[in-house]
Design a protein. Structure first.
Length: 197
């Protein structure tokens, strides 16, 4: 990483943490996979954040990233073996991920491949950890690791996945804190990704 990029990264990270914003990064990426890390400070208790994360997913998930273009069709059953799924208008459905570990107010872990990764025989694991923070807030940490074989390399898809997944969690933050997932100013989450040249 160039020195100026490192300075800029640290400045953005500091401002995001100081302001309680969301920070998303491609933690690592290679030809066979990538890992995303997302950090969010949400001004609500871990139990409230967990409840809205799981039981109200259709109210904060972006319709832009659904097959039906209607997020009210998205549900999440937070019991082991439960489905993070979408109902389709014709009576069909889509399984995004399967819940493998659920500790309300603490941790939700799911396995599966989201959206465009499904037809590529990809596998993924998403862990969403919630920890108490100062003033009754929650530190939410998301780690999403994806692996598969693609001749052209998976690392090229990591920046787009970072944006899409990061945007979902800023929508959750807005929903919990303000009652609506849409940001006031239309701002996206800060990214630590180095611009492609």
């Amino acid at each position: 990483m160039k020195r100026i990029d490192l300075i800029l990264y640290r400045a953005v990270a500091f401002l995001c943490v100081f302001a309680g914003l969301t920070l998303a990064e491609v933690a690592n990426a290679g030809a066979a996979g990538f890992t995303l890390r997302i950090s969010v400070k949400i001004q609500a208790s871990p139990n409230e954040v967990y409840r809205k994360l799981t039981h109200n997913v259709g109210e904060w998930w972006s319709p832009r990233y659904t097959y039906s273009r209607d997020s009210s069709n998205v549900t999440l059953d937070d019991s082991p073996g439960g489905c993070f799924c979408e109902k389709l208008p014709d009576g069909g459905g889509v399984k995004y991920m399967e819940i493998v570990y659920a500790a309300p107010g603490k941790l939700l872990r799911m396995t599966g491949a989201l959206g465009p990764f499904q037809p590529l025989a990809a596998t993924g694991s998403m862990s969403i950890q919630l920890s108490p923070a100062a003033s009754g807030a929650t530190d939410l940490q998301v780690t999403y690791a994806v692996a598969w074989y693609e001749p052209s390399g998976l690392d090229k898809r990591a920046p787009l996945a970072e944006t899409v997944i990061g945007d979902q969690f800023i929508r959750l933050k807005n929903y919990v804190e303000k009652g609506t997932p849409e940001p006031k100013d239309g701002a996206a989450i800060p990214s630590t990704r180095t611009p492609v040249k």
